[in-house]
Ligand binder design. Sequence first.
Ligand SMILES: Nc1ncnc2c1ncn2[C@@H]1O[C@H](COP(=O)(O)OP(=O)(O)O)[C@@H](O)[C@H]1O
Ligand SMILES: [Mg+2]
Length: 252
Amino acid sequence: MGKVIAITGKGGTGKTAVTAMLIRHLNNSEKKFRILAIDADPDANLADALGAKVEKTVGDMREFMQDSRFTSSPDTDKQALFEAKIFEILLEEDGYDLLVMGKPEGSGCYCYVNNLLRAIMDKTAKDYDLIVIDSPAGLEHFSRKIFPDLDDLIVVTDESRRGLTTGERIRDIAREMGLKYKDLYVVVNKITTGRRDKVIENATSLGLTVIGTIPYDESLAKFDLVGDPLTGLPDDSPAVKEMANVVGKLGL
Ligand SMILES: Nc1ncnc2c1ncn2[C@@H]1O[C@H](COP(=O)(O)OP(=O)(O)O)[C@@H](O)[C@H]1O
Ligand SMILES: [Mg+2]
């Protein structure tokens, strides 16, 4: 199986922008990565940032399976049915495939459906060189053990010291839920010129490793203002340039 990376952090820090720029970078590289992008944020906007159009989500399919749990014939192969449903909604775009998790579970026990989903995810993961998951800071989907174990957990934060402590908190949440990962890294986003050294000093004092300091980028902000996909950012945009360093540090 390929590498599995989760990009997490508080809302508004730039998780989706970083995920989209990562995919953009890899699509333009010589190596041909088979990429699966997963939007695991209920406030889903990765598709917009990538310029893809999503109609149905994994959440919709999970509801379908949950609702038909007792009504479908006992002979139905539930695993195969769910798998077919997931493939129905898997978007095959130029350079990556995309799955949107969508709305959270309703009330009631979803253990059965989530177990099926985990098996499907494990099987699907084998078809990709890289799986990149855009996830909110609570790591909710990971607590359900739906996704394969992680190689890298990347925390996107602003430059403030308080922002950096999110990195510490996410490390604690991951430990409490038994989430396995090899490395935890911090990417500081929307950094102001001249603050880089201080931010890295703060991160180091918290025991956090910074692998990127992405500047506030007017071109990125303008793209998002009008809703243009970030995959169309020019090569010389400052955020895109710094993203190349991040990709290098990730060994991709
Ligand atoms: N490096 C950057 N420079 C300028 N604006 C940015 C940058 N990164 C993110 N933004 C802006 O910040 C907002 C939040 O970014 P987004 O990626 O949606 O965050 P999240 O996914 O963490 O909620 C968006 O309006 C986006 O355009
Ligand atoms: Mg987002």
